[in-house]
Design a protein around this ligand. Structure first.
Ligand SMILES: [Fe+2]
Ligand SMILES: [Fe+2]
Length: 304
């Protein structure tokens, strides 16, 4: 009796699959399990910052100069927890967008399998951020109600380059600050490990997001590109303005109104954001997504 099973017909790999194939190989070589890699046991040492102080929304303001060392450290710990919580919010949005994008597509394709790998990464990241924020002794920081509802809408309808470029924006904004924090000896060690894991795994996600954005734009007409360029810019505005929750100040023992006022006017922080986003802006310009109306939002968000 012939028991050989004929191989199912698979679609031959497309050049588009090249990037996904390489990402899958790279992921097989270097991925982390945060549950075992991060030191969750050692109690929080309050002698450390939660983030590089230069990244604090108050660094460089008059208020910052009045703070004691302990207050500054508490503030950056609350800020780091807020960024992690916003990260979870965004990772939930992007997991759903990627899942919707690959729905009922060819599961033998490398792009399909990479997309699932990315979703699995994000799922681990969100658990890692959740544990990290808890260990930093922070409450649940959720974005403003309006941002939550805009996110709900966006993750339900965004497609093609709008979805992938918005994913890229969130990943790029986080990337530069996390690279600083992971190398900074003033930052509490478990947060450095969290950031290291995130930076390594997100560099693959960013490659994929850039590649998908280019691919989808190649099929998009002028009108669609223009509409999406604004949508992406609005998403970027909502993401960056949701990064640090205003409640962090009161939770660090500061006067909320004054802190919010000085943070909003903080030129140092604005210039940190602008320089960290220069590569992203270059990319958006190169693919035609930095349209005039989009620029208005990037400028308002201090990304350019
Ligand atoms: Fe992530
Ligand atoms: Fe990601």
């Amino acid at each position: 009796m012939d028991v050989s099973i004929s191989r199912p017909e698979t679609t031959s790999p497309t050049p588009e699959d090249d990037v996904a194939r390489r990402l899958l190989d790279s992921s097989a070589q270097l991925s982390y399990d945060p549950l075992t890699e991060v030191d969750w046991e050692t109690p929080l040492d309050k002698d450390f910052h939660g983030a590089s102080p230069e990244w604090s929304t108050l660094y460089g303001t008059a208020y910052w100069n009045e703070l004691t060392d302990a207050q500054r450290k508490e503030l950056t710990r609350q800020e780091a927890a807020s960024v992690a919580s916003t990260g979870i919010w965004f990772e939930m949005i992007l997991q759903q967008m990627v899942l919707r994008d690959i729905y009922a597509k060819d599961p033998t394709a490398d792009t399909f399998q990479w997309a699932l790998t990315e979703i699995a990464d994000e799922c681990r990241h969100s658990i890692m951020f959740a544990r990290g924020a808890k260990k930093l002794q922070a409450p649940a920081y959720r974005p403003h109600r309006i941002a939550v509802e805009l996110g709900r809408f966006f993750k339900t309808v965004a497609f093609g380059e709008a979805a992938y470029a918005a994913i890229l924006v969130a990943e790029e904004v986080l990337d530069v600050m996390q690279r600083d924090w992971m190398r900074d000896e003033r930052v509490v060690p478990f947060v450095r490990t969290i950031n290291n894991i995130h930076v390594v795994e997100e560099s693959r996600h960013m490659k994929f997001a850039r590649d998908e954005t280019r691919k989808r734009l190649a099929r998009a007409g002028r009108v669609r590109r223009h509409i999406h360029s604004v949508l992406i810019a609005v998403a970027a505005y909502v993401i960056t303005t949701s990064m640090v929750n205003r409640k962090v100040y009161a939770n660090a023992g500061l006067e909320e109104k004054r802190a919010v006022r000085e943070a909003k006017a903080n030129e140092h922080h604005k210039s940190m954001m602008r320089s960290s986003c220069s590569g992203l802006m270059e990319f958006l310009a190169s693919v035609g997504l930095l349209t005039k109306p989009a620029l208005i939002f990037y400028k308002r968000a201090d990304l350019i």
